[in-house]
Design a protein around this ligand. Structure first.
Ligand code: TYM
Length: 342
């Protein structure tokens, strides 16, 4: 039996933060033991908002090196750059032509990002989820490990595969039964870490696009900066850390971060910090964050000392990914009735 397939990706827009790590990349690592894993740096997604061409290549390499530093093993996983496999753009076009416009207009992330950009919103931003569907469907992914904010995009990918491609274009076998063209993927959203909130506001998500750097901890922040950001993090006047009190989103978020970073269960963290004042808790959280990120930062430096090594991983990844992707793309071209290439 072939192993079930996993695909996921992160955009190379600025430094990755604790949300990207705890909500996504950290969960990819364990899947390498049981699944056939594909991880791409989604650079085509990164240009759906205004971007700096002088930074894109460097940020792409940084993101790939961070995957490796976080424990993605190129011997066991295919690590590649989305734009290096042109099948992503081509499948996105084919899917565009069967995806209703109003499915895209109701996407929450589109609406949120579009509000910020006014009349500068690109067609690419609207189309972002279709490209994401192409990323996933090209690899016949069974499972897509992502944070909570990607749930709606995953549902869209499933609907496109099921309702817009399989239901309409599946060829029939000898018995007249439809042969699905695309695999319908499942999201994998683990409860812990699926929604890491910002440090300056416990009710808004930690995000790369927040103009306030102090709202997030980047995976490459030096220890002093991590400590400083945590020291300045928003608190409330109540004594003791607790989960689940809607009046205290910061307590819930920071206690959750502590549990994840210190490798403790939520119960253990609650017991340990339930009676603690913020002044005692914050240094403890800072130390847990620094220690959790230390090995990632060390491995990152090792990879970055040899940029050729990261590029070699991406070159191998491109070749492996393109083989799988081309096969799927061909299946879709055939199902849609294109004249075969000779
Ligand atoms: P991006 O770069 O915005 O986010 C990458 C991953 O990090 C997760 N994430 C979070 N998780 C918990 N708390 C947070 N505050 C937080 N912020 C971000 C996201 O859920 C995501 O898993 N659209 C994808 C990129 C993508 C993709 C794909 C993912 C493109 N094609 C195919 C999976 C499969 C995204 O959100 O990127």
């Amino acid at each position: 039996m072939p192993r079930p397939r996993v695909l996921s990706g992160v955009q190379p827009t600025g430094a990755l933060h604790l949300g990207n790590w705890l909500g996504a990349i950290r969960n990819w690592v364990a899947l390498q033991d049981s699944h056939d894993t594909y991880f791409c740096v989604v650079d085509l997604h990164a240009i759906t908002v205004p971007h700096d061409p002088a930074r894109l290549a460097e940020d792409t390499l940084t993101t790939a090196a961070l995957y490796l530093a976080c424990g993605i093993d190129p011997q066991r996983s295919t690590v590649f750059v989305q734009s290096h496999v042109s099948a992503h753009s081509e499948l996105a076009w084919l899917l565009n032509c069967v995806t209703p416009l109003n499915w895209l207009e109701r996407m929450i992330q589109f609406k949120e990002k579009a509000i910020k950009q006014g009349d500068q919103v690109s067609v690419g931003l609207l189309d972002y989820p279709v490209l994401m569907a192409a990323d996933i469907l090209l690899y016949d992914a069974d499972l897509v490990p992502v944070g909570e904010d990607q749930k709606q995009h995953l549902e869209l990918a499933r609907d496109i595969a099921q309702q817009r491609i399989n239901a309409r274009f599946a060829p029939r076998d000898a018995a007249g039964e439809p042969i699905p063209v695309l695999k319908v993927p499942e999201p994998l959203i683990l409860k812990d870490g699926a929604r890491v909130m910002g440090l300056t506001d416990g009710s808004s998500k930690m995000s790369k696009s927040d103009p306030n750097e102090g709202s997030r901890i980047s995976l490459l922040d030096p220890p002093e900066l991590i400590t400083k950001k945590i020291k300045r993090a928003k608190t409330d006047p109540t004594m003791g850390l607790e989960f689940g009190n809607p009046e205290r989103p910061e307590a819930d978020n920071l206690l959750g971060l502590y549990a994840l970073l210190a490798g403790k269960s939520r119960e253990q963290a609650s017991q340990e910090c339930g009676a603690m004042g913020w002044g005692t808790f914050k240094p403890l959280l800072a130390e847990a964050a620094v220690e959790a990120l230390r090995p990632v930062q060390e491995r990152y430096q090792q990879w970055r000392q040899d940029p050729g090594a990261v590029e070699a991983v991406l070159r191998d990844g491109q070749a492996q990914a393109a083989t799988v992707a081309e096969e799927t793309l061909d299946r879709v071209r055939q199902a849609l009735g294109f004249l075969p290439r000779s």
